[in-house]
Design a protein around this ligand. Sequence first.
Ligand code: SF4
Ligand code: FES
Length: 356
Amino acid sequence: MSEQQLFKVTIDNISIEIPAGTTILEAARKIGGEVAPPAMCFYSKLKGSGGKCRTCLVEVSKGSEKDPRPMPKLVASCRTTVMDGMEVKNITSEKVTDARAGVVEFLLLNHPLDCPICDQAGECHLQDLSYEHGKNGTRYEFERRTFKKHDLGPYIQLHMTRCIMCFRCVYTADQLTTKREHGVLDRGDHAEIATFISKNLENDFIGNVIDVCPVGALTDKTFRFKNRVWFLKPMDAHRDCPQCSGKVTLWNRGDEVYRVTARKDEWGEVEEWICNTCRFERKQTSDWIIEGPRKIDRHSVISQGHYVDTVMPTETFKSVNNGRSPHLLLNIHDVSDVNNEELKLDNHTASTQSTI
Ligand code: SF4
Ligand code: FES
């Protein structure tokens, strides 16, 4: 078997060796942290995704060892494969920061700023993106486009006004379910996610569109307006499911299961797809075997008030005091006259006299 060819690529001054054919975005994710560009449409588990939103733009300052010329324009890192000796700038490039702010402004042209009432608040990728890369104003002066809310079957609601046309839900339906019944209709400013002649979406794995949607356009009708995600306690749980892996995250408050979602990795992507039965029809704690609290990135608002992996000090006073038990080091009565009845009386008399 021939050995896999490795390319050396440097991103934000950090070098890494990765197999030929890897995209810049995936290489940057291998390095991790802030070096990885944000991605609103690329989804590593969905074939063909990426290339729609332009949030992952990076600067290629050196094309390759053979042809070191820089690329003339910023490129979409999710769609550009690495070359040997390539040098890329992401957070170290002013051009990228500026372009990304422009992309955020563009994505927000039509997106409503209804975070205070949106179910996705606290876990919305667009919300994070605009805090991290956006500007605090817009130059857009026209009316935003609006749509009526649409029920897509018994469990999913489409709020098209919030959609950023990332196409993830279309790929999910195409690749996970037996029959896709929704897609992008029309073009340009008129483009919208819609079902053909308002068909319901009832396929078995269609609930996953809720998890892949980076904004609050596709929401879980069994959870809408029930609670804020940061008030809930995410718990890893599983059940023996004949259709999917049955590995989920339960979002509990006390013993009550408010919603069930797939588990997501550090890039906000689903680890294993789950079926509709697990997601929508198993809302009792007793339906699940609880594994323990889900680890949430501590920068996320969801982690507020959740103390996972806190280490309680194990040593007792005795063990840090050479085996001696604590003893009274000071008897307060020896040094204070606070309980001395006579003194108390004297003080009282003194204070009464001074007020006369
Ligand atoms: S509904 Fe959500 S997942 Fe589908 S295209 Fe719009 S933003 Fe993307
Ligand atoms: S993530 Fe690359 S274009 Fe959207």
